[in-house]
Design a protein around this ligand. Structure first.
Ligand SMILES: C[S@@+](CC[C@H](N)C(=O)[O-])C[C@H]1O[C@@H](n2cnc3c(N)ncnc32)[C@H](O)[C@@H]1O
Length: 242
């Protein structure tokens, strides 16, 4: 990035991770998901690797594999692994999860079921990769209440109610794939706001010093999509599954 160009959207440099979870929530979920002391941890759609690296820190005997299609995130994950002295215990692959399947006794998929295509495929394929006695940390968006047509019109292009499930329907899908739920964390409004603002703030900060730049219109649209679109109805839930 040069100073005459705004930061890229979605770089996430101000975020802990690329999902709406604060550190305290992550600590609790990782502790629960790792109670069985896993030895092999695989994270599909690992982003910049924060969850995998923290899970490895919590499980000193474990090794890990993170798979991510977005190469800048893979580079960031590798650099963080080096900083934390974890390079000998983790490998980050740049590519699609569908090409890097491996059995594990802790599987992670946070905000990334799309790495397997659709949700039914993701929950089925993750189940197929689970070693006996293993666990999964699985998080995704859902509707906290049905979106109104006016809200859908402000979300992403072509947004429809069928793009997400309600929590009971999501739990039904997990049960149908053979999973049982051992823990559940619903992200708070504050976690979600932190996440949305964490994405916007890099460019908002830049815009303050470059007020006439056309990125202003992009940011205004992002605020509209969030506040008039998904903020009221979209939740994020993270499960510990076995
Ligand atoms: C919302 S982000 C979540 C990242 C990370 N799990 C976290 O919570 O910080 C979803 C990630 O899935 C990745 N992804 C999408 N399709 C993928 C695929 N086919 N294989 C691997 N990763 C994929 C995206 O590039 C993105 O980084």
């Amino acid at each position: 990035m040069t100073d005459d160009q705004p930061p890229n959207a979605g770089a996430g440099s101000l975020l802990l991770l690329n999902s709406p979870l604060r550190q305290a929530s992550l600590d609790r979920l990782i502790a629960r998901a790792a109670e069985h002391q896993p030895t092999r941890i695989v994270d599909h759609g690992c982003g910049w690797g924060e969850v995998l690296l923290q899970a490895l820190a919590a499980c000193p005997g474990a090794t890990g594999l993170g798979i991510e299609v977005h190469d800048p995130d893979v580079q960031r994950a590798r650099a963080t692994a080096t900083e934390r002295g974890l390079t000998g215990r983790v490998r980050f692959e740049s590519g699609s999860s569908t090409d890097h399947r491996e059995p594990a006794d802790l599987l992670i998929s946070l905000g990334a079921f799309q790495a397997f295509g659709d949700l039914p495929t993701a929950v089925r394929e993750l189940r197929a990769d689970l070693l006996p006695g293993g666990r999964a940390l699985f998080g995704m968006e859902y509707w906290t209440s049905a979106p109104a047509p006016a809200e859908l019109a402000h979300m992403w292009p072509g947004a429809s109610e069928s793009d997400c499930l309600s929590l009971p329907d999501l739990v039904d899908q997990l049960h149908e794939a053979g999973w049982r739920i051992l823990d559940l964390h619903e992200s708070t409004r504050t976690e979600f706001d932190d996440f949305e603002l964490g994405h916007l703030r890099e460019r908002e900060q830049w815009l303050i010093d470059h007020p006439d730049h056309p990125v202003r219109a992009e940011l205004d649209s992002a605020w509209t999509a969030w506040l008039r679109g998904h903020r009221r109805t979209m939740g994020f839930v993270t499960f510990v599954l076995g």
